[in-house]
Design a binder for this molecule. Structure first.
Ligand SMILES: *Cc1c(COP(=O)(O)O)cnc(C)c1O
Length: 446
């Protein structure tokens, strides 16, 4: 290419960046949410939960309305609102009857909360590796990690692409395991025509502010199983004080928390859910455009999407081949970042990142085996490993091959997207300069 871009210096080396003005902030909240909140404020009823056996054990009118709409949208029999997806995961693991000494298989490549829920019930998270194309649990490695202690699998539909649910469910049936789907990044993702969250035994969603739709903080669990729905409700709301009046027979894990959603969040959620399809459409269109253009650069590929799925792009991942591009991924990503405004989502989350989250077992809590129960528990008869190299695919993706961005979010104009593409292209054209820069740095021991 012989346009101006190719002669101008990289911003990383003091050249003029492709763009300085900030990208529009992502904000799906508008007038309808404001009106809904005002109506709650006028009513004076900000919550109506009661932690005893009473009609208000199920919460206030908006909470119940929101749950009804959620169940209707996702075609699940029950929806149970919560104050976060993290608490939804705790409630799901509790509802599945997990206890001390049990093992729960999880992905290491996910947001930290996905793997913590087993600890709350004294169980041990066992990490299985991920698939190198879709970045969700690799069913073959899940099967290898199953022992007589395994009770459940927590599947994460990472970035909004579904895990291989056919194979996961087959393994679960064969070994009598419960399947909990972490759908925090996948509201509206479908797998062979079904919404994720409704394929396993329990699905949990996040409504925190950096998810597709949000209520500030919040979560939702879905299930078709009446017993699991009851357990989720008991764990959400002081179960121990409710079971007598409710005449609940099975008391496993019914000591409750307070995971209740308020009426304000529910009122916002009702409006947000109505917008979900439109927000997903825009996000997917942007993602496809960016995938096509950025994926043209040799050595940078837009990961393949499995047939018969709908990917909703919480994040958009690309794979980077250092051998083809000639420079390491981190240098490339840093150079792209320098071409764009210090692009952040409400000044907190960078819009472009190396990989995603460090494989969870490398966190200090696993490396130092903190905590008396779970791995150090006398009920635990296994010997879990969290050594480096445990999940080589997740490590390779995270440290060398993957980068993720959020430039496909709704609100980005065509011009905004063209700037993003121009930044990637400019850096790509200057790969030679970056390579020489790196060789000099190595020579001088920097
Ligand atoms: C955001 C997220 C969570 C946690 O959601 P909260 O509602 O913030 O508790 C859990 N799992 C994944 C995969 C997430 O992305």
């Amino acid at each position: 290419m012989s346009n101006n871009k190719s002669v101008s210096k990289l911003a990383l080396f003091g050249g003029k960046p492709i763009r300085r003005t900030l990208f529009p902030a992502y904000n799906p909240i508008g007038r309808v949410e404001m009106n809904a909140v005002q109506a709650v404020m006028r009513s004076g009823n900000l919550s109506q939960f009661l932690g005893s056996w009473h009609p208000d054990f199920f919460g206030g009118p908006r909470v119940r309305h929101f749950e009804k709409n959620w169940a209707g949208f996702f075609k699940s029999r029950y929806a149970v609102s919560l104050n976060s997806c993290t608490s939804g995961l705790y409630a799901a693991v509790g509802a599945c009857g997990i206890g001390p000494g049990d093992e729960v298989i999880v992905s290491p490549y996910t947001m930290t909360a996905s793997a913590i829920a087993p600890f709350i019930y004294g169980a041990v998270p066992i990490f299985a590796d991920i698939d190198p194309d879709i970045f969700c649990l690799d069913p073959a490695d899940v099967e290898r990690k199953i022992t007589s202690r395994t009770k459940a699998i927590i599947v994460v539909h990472l970035f909004g692409h579904p895990a291989d649910m056919t194979r996961i469910m087959k393994i679960a049936q064969k070994h009598h395991l419960k399947v909990i789907e972490d759908c925090a990044q996948a509201p509206g993702t479908t797998y062979k025509g079904k919404f994720v969250g409704t394929i396993g035994h329990v699905g949990v969603f996040s409504l925190n502010y950096h998810k597709h739709i949000h209520t500030g903080e919040g979560g939702m669990a879905v299930t078709d199983d009446a017993d699991l729905a009851e357990k989720l409700q008991l764990i959400r709301n002081h179960g121990e004080a409710v079971v007598e009046g409710k005449k609940t027979r099975d008391l496993t894990n019914t000591y409750g928390f307070n995971f209740r959603m308020g009426e304000i969040e529910a009122a916002i959620g009702i409006e947000q859910l109505k917008k979900l399809n439109r927000l997903l459409r825009e996000r997917i269109l942007n993602a496809h455009f960016l995938a096509r253009e950025i994926g043209k650069l040799p050595g940078i590929t837009s990961p393949k999407i499995s047939p018969r799925v709908k990917h909703v792009y919480y994040l958009q991942a690309f794979k980077f081949n250092e051998r083809i591009v000639g420079i390491p991924r981190n240098l490339f990503v840093n150079a792209v970042k320098a071409e764009l405004p210090s692009a952040r989502l409400r000044e907190t989350v960078p819009l472009l990142n190396f990989g995603y989250a460090k494989p969870l077992y490398l966190q200090p809590i696993y490396q130092r085996r903190l905590g008396r129960c779970s791995f150090n528990c006398s009920h635990y008869t296994g010997r879990v490993s969290y050594r480096k190299g445990l999940c080589p695919v997740a490590e390779r993706m995270h440290f060398y091959e993957l980068f993720t961005h959020e430039f496909m979010r709704p609100g980005m104009s065509h011009k905004d997207l063209l700037d993003v593409i121009a930044a990637y292209e400019k850096v790509y054209e200057h790969a030679g300069a970056l390579k020489r820069y790196r060789q000099r740095a190595i020579k001088h021991g920097r």
